[in-house]
Design a protein around this ligand. Structure first.
Ligand code: FEO
Length: 170
């Protein structure tokens, strides 16, 4: 049995991950309207990854006989008034998600819930990668964003991202 606080935080994370998917779809939508289809592709795939994260939390709860409660998903509320603002909102969001994962980890640790800690290990590593990806996008945009030819090349690079299922299975 999952301890009540740990189960509640895991349940909340289902919602937070679906919100992340929603947020990145909004980013994708922004770039689609800008005509930057590579950026739009990159964020659409990011949204798929977030949906996968949500499903992993959902499945983990079910596998541990915990009831899943699905709450309303909030409307994406980030200020998307420039390409850089979008990329920075992405990094800010990933740092927030890392803090959420850490909080669940800490709660699991407190009650010696080693199974949940082991489940979360994958997400701890994943958050490191997601923060790095968000940082890299900002660095590339800083370097190349102001030159149309370079931006075209960067957009082409991001267009090549393809979806792959998460390496964690439950
Ligand atoms: Fe599910 Fe981007 O963290």
């Amino acid at each position: 049995m999952l301890q009540e606080k740990v189960a509640a935080l895991l349940n909340d994370q289902v919602n937070k991950e679906f919100y992340s998917a929603y947020l990145y779809l909004d980013f994708s939508n922004y770039f689609e309207a800008r005509g930057l289809d590579g950026f739009a592709n990159w964020y659409k795939i990011q949204a798929q990854e977030e949906r996968d994260h949500a499903m992993l939390f959902y499945q983990y709860l079910q596998n541990n006989n915990a009831k899943v409660t699905l709450e309303a998903i909030a409307k994406p509320d980030k200020n998307l008034d420039s390409d850089m603002a979008v990329l920075q909102a992405g990094l800010e969001h990933e740092l927030y998600v890392t803090s959420l994962i850490n909080a669940i980890y800490a709660a699991a640790h407190e009650v010696k819930d080693f199974r949940t800690m082991q489940f979360l290990d994958w997400f701890v590593k994943e958050q490191g990668e997601e923060e790095t990806n968000a940082h890299d996008l900002i660095s590339k945009m800083e370097l190349f964003g102001s030159d149309p030819k370079s931006l075209y090349m960067l957009n082409s690079e991001l267009a090549s991202r393809v979806y792959s299922a998460p390496s964690l299975t439950l």
